[in-house]
Design a protein around this ligand. Structure first.
Ligand code: ADP
Length: 589
């Protein structure tokens, strides 16, 4: 039943091409029916020849010609039908594969970060590629072979019963045996196949994780360990796969034997019936052709079930991802956020990644439009999480966040994110050219605007130093650039976006002091007249912030201006003292 459900779901994915699917299905049935004519006509020709053997040649031809012409007609019909099915089934399957792939891709991109945390990108990619491959194969083979094979079986058996019920019993027993055998093998292999697929996914994750961290692997001389880890997964794949292969090999051997045995049985039984005058030679010939056809169809059906059993876990994984509803999506009455002034309020916000340990709790603060707020505190205090909640990377478990008095859960997600610019802790960049990376900020930006943004972000100098300038490709995650260059590029990107609300997550942590001073000025310039939330470790850079929130273990423990907090002699003073005490130490010879 599980297989049937899965198969029906695969066919339902045909979407708008369902009409073409139906036409192909009907052509297939016609094709399958036309195929039966051959053995019947063959038998009729033989019977005619035996009956008329004593008559003159012209009379024999007179009787045989109509049969041969009908046979030719059916032959031509099957060739035309077969060609059309082959041609269109191929197009349909390829076309739908690409649609399924882009639907999956779009869906995965909409899943919030919290949901993606459990799933490695390598695994998601493997599920997409193999899942769509399985879909393609199922569609193609359904329209090319399997529908015809199923229909043939459904028609052949009753038809055989009608022709000669005694011989037909042999065919029925054969069908039942095949059914029982396939079912038995499925029971034996299903669990193992699931394990095989699980190990394949582990392998995809392992490979993608290692390749994504190739500098780490090389610098820690971990090549052998990583290869060994991959080999260990390969061994697990093989030890689960081999028994499955053995079971299906048994099916192949049994079906071969069944062919020989069935034909022998039909010949023996046929001879016995012939001696009792219960059957003609033509009927025996028709039956042998039938048995060969039925066994051919049965083999097709069994090989289809074999492939479906192999692909079922892949398809289940594929549908599992597609069925994951994004926990963060637009409310039905969500509105556009048009030109917000940028007043932000956090009211009693609580969020936990795992539902147990809160990452932030009871956050209460207000950012007036155009103000700059700084979040400080030790690593892991919850600063990035607090700001991630503002652009709905995740939603709080309780409490609310508003912009200009509107709860952000009532604002369209795309509209919310259009109004917020983020400079991430690690600069996230595409393996594309500098220009393409900058255009992410504003796809319509002119060359002059690109140059202006790069200049304001202190990035123009290193861009122009490169012979390819804005056309230069920057490698996977910007690997071809230095940490400071990556940051300046991501600042230029947000300058182009020009949002009313800005989030700077440790944006100035990897720059040399000269560039940092210039960049700090640029950022002050950029944050003018926009609500800005900054996470900064160097406390000197946030002297001019309107309000500083000191966070510890997910809570705000102190709030106020730099001078107020410093004079209070609390946690902030301690942080400042620690930082300034650390400087001479670091510089000490
Ligand atoms: P900060 O920005 O102050 O360094 P974070 O907001 O990154 O702190 O982290 C707050 C807490 O949440 C930490 O205990 C951290 O381990 C945890 N955390 C952060 N990101 C994730 C995540 N994606 N999944 C699970 N836990 C996380």
């Amino acid at each position: 039943m599980k297989f049937i459900h899965l198969y029906v779901r695969v066919l339902n994915l045909l979407g708008t091409d369902r009409k073409l699917g139906w036409i192909l299905a009907i052509a297939n049935v016609a094709f399958a029916m036309a195929l039966f004519a051959e053995p019947v006509l063959f038998g009729m020709v033989i019977d005619t020849l035996t009956r008329t053997s004593a008559q003159p040649a012209s009379l024999i031809w007179q009787k045989v010609w109509p049969l041969l012409l009908t046979w030719t007609g059916f032959g031509l019909f099957t060739i035309v039908c077969g060609t059309l099915v082959a041609l269109f089934a191929d197009r349909l399957a390829h076309h739908r594969r690409h649609i399924a792939m882009s639907d999956y891709f779009e869906h995965v991109l909409q899943l919030p970060l919290a949901q993606q945390n459990d799933t490695h990108s390598g695994r998601l990619m493997k599920v997409m590629l193999q899942g769509t491959d399985s879909l393609w194969w199922l569609w193609l083979s359904f329209f090319r072979e399997h529908l015809a094979a199923f229909v043939s079986l459904l028609i052949l058996v009753p038809f055989a019963l009608y022709l000669n019920w005694r011989l037909a019993l042999v065919l029925i027993v054969l069908c039942i045996l095949f059914g029982l055998m396939t079912n038995f093998i499925l029971q034996k292999t299903q669990k193992l196949q699931l394990q095989v697929e699980g190990h394949h996914s582990d392998m995809a994750e392992q490979v993608s994780d290692t390749l994504g961290n190739i500098s780490l692997v090389q610098s820690f001389a971990r090549i052998q360990q990583e290869v060994a880890a991959l080999k260990s997964i390969s061994n697990r794949v093989l030890s689960a796969q081999l028994p499955v292969l053995s079971w299906w090999a048994i099916v192949t051997v049994l079906s071969r034997s069944a062919t020989t045995l069935s034909i022998l049985t039909i010949v023996m039984l046929g001879t016995w019936l012939f001696t009792r005058d219960l059957i003609s030679i033509g009927e025996i010939v028709t039956f042998i052709a039938f048995v060969t056809m039925i066994i051919g169809k049965l083999e097709q059906v069994v090989s289809f079930i074999h492939r479906l059993a192999t692909d079922a876990p892949r398809l289940q994984d594929f549908f599992h991802v597609l069925d994951t509803t994004p926990s963060i999506h637009d409310a039905p009455d969500a509105i556009e956020l048009v030109d917000p002034r940028g007043k932000i309020e956090f009211r009693d916000v609580v969020f936990s990644y795992d539902g147990k340990q809160p990452a932030v709790q009871h956050l209460n603060f207000t950012v007036q439009a155009g103000q700059t707020i700084a979040l400080v505190g030790t690593s892991g205090a919850g600063k990035s999480t607090a700001l991630g909640l503002l652009y709905r990377a995740f939603d709080p478990q309780s409490g609310s966040i508003t912009i200009d008095g509107i709860d952000i859960r009532h604002i369209k997600l795309a509209s919310l994110r259009h109004n917020i610019g983020v400079v991430f802790q690690e600069s996230l960049l595409f393996n594309r050219s500098i220009e393409e990376n900058l255009l992410v900020g504003d796809p319509d930006a002119t060359q002059a605007q690109l140059v202006d943004a790069a200049t304001r972000a202190q990035a123009i100098e290193f861009i122009e130093r490169n012979p390819q300038g804005f056309e230069a490709r920057i490698g996977e995650r910007g690997r071809a650039l230095s940490g400071g260059e990556r940051q300046r590029l991501s600042i230029a990107r947000v300058i182009l976006k020009n949002p009313p609300i800005l989030i700077l997550d440790e944006a100035t942590s990897a720059l040399d002091s000269g560039t940092e001073t210039r960049l700090t000025h640029a950022l002050e310039e950029v944050s003018k007249n926009r609500s800005t939330l900054v996470i900064a470790h160097r406390l000197a850079t946030i002297r001019r912030a309107d309000n500083i929130l000191v966070m510890e273990a997910g809570r705000i423990v102190e709030a106020g201006s730099f001078d107020e907090l410093y004079q209070r002699g609390g946690r902030f003073t301690q942080l400042v003292r620690e930082q300034f005490a650390a400087i001479p130490e670091r510089n000490a010879p």
